[in-house]
Design a binder for this molecule. Structure first.
Ligand code: DX5
Ligand code: ZN
Length: 219
């Protein structure tokens, strides 16, 4: 039994881009809790995906929260565009710039939830002094840039983040992202995660299987 409510955030990076609106409607109907949107800039990560106009274009396809994961640097100049496009949570990487506190304030200034993401090698200590400013912590369980990679087992780090959140007394989502399948999902839930991002594991077998795939991740 899960320790806390588990939310599933399918990553549309693995969706059919030619039918993106339909894909968002399909994962909504299949039980997605958040819609995870991976924004890549070909600079912070070695890949390019989509920008705020695409986020705006799919906004009408669902009422579920848009969980926008910014793998870009610099971050601050584009926050307003993603907020205006309909993001509900905007997550920036610790590694994306020298002024994380300023970035988090800028996100909160648009009345959206503020998330902070950490690459696999980045210690959880790097966010201790901004814990009061975040609504979501995203722990990368692959090196960001591509879907379909193998899970990096940072379970001790998930546990340390869970302890930090519980000690803060604040309602902060603990999200894991990369290589999540039913087996690694279970390990992450036990370690303390409560939001699971999944691209390949949700979209891999096609629309007829989205609901079953999402259910299988809940543990
Ligand atoms: C990786 C992205 C992930 C990715 C996950 O840079 O942040 O959200 O889409 O894909 P899977 O679930 O296939 O590892
Ligand atoms: Zn992501």
């Amino acid at each position: 039994m899960a320790l806390r409510p588990i939310r599933i955030a399918p990553s549309i990076l693995s969706a059919d881009f030619a039918r993106l609106g339909e894909e968002v409607r399909a994962i909504d109907a299949a039980g997605a809790d958040y819609i995870h949107i991976d924004v890549m800039d070909g600079h912070f990560v070695p890949n390019l995906t989509f920008g705020a106009p695409v986020v705006k274009a799919i906004r009408s396809a669902t009422a579920k929260p848009f969980d926008v994961h910014l793998m870009i640097t610099p971050v601050d100049p584009l926050i307003a565009d993603f907020a205006a496009a309909g993001a509900n949570i905007i997550t920036a990487h610790v590694e994306a710039g020298p002024h994380l506190h300023r970035t988090l304030q800028a996100i909160k200034g648009h009345s959206v939830k503020a998330g902070v993401a950490l690459n696999p090698a980045t210690p959880i200590e790097s966010i201790r002094h901004v814990i009061g400013d975040v609504d979501l912590i995203l722990l990368m369980t692959v090196n960001p840039g591509f879907g379909g990679q193998s899970f990096i087992p940072i379970l001790d780090k998930i546990g340390a983040a869970r302890a930090m959140i519980d000690a803060s007394g604040r309602a902060i989502d603990l999200e894991v992202d990369g290589g999540i399948n039913p087996q690694t999902a279970r390990d992450c839930i036990v370690a303390g995660a409560d939001v699971l991002v999944a691209g390949t594991a949700v979209f891999g077998k096609g629309p007829a299987h989205y609901a079953d795939a999402i259910k299988a991740l809940r543990g």
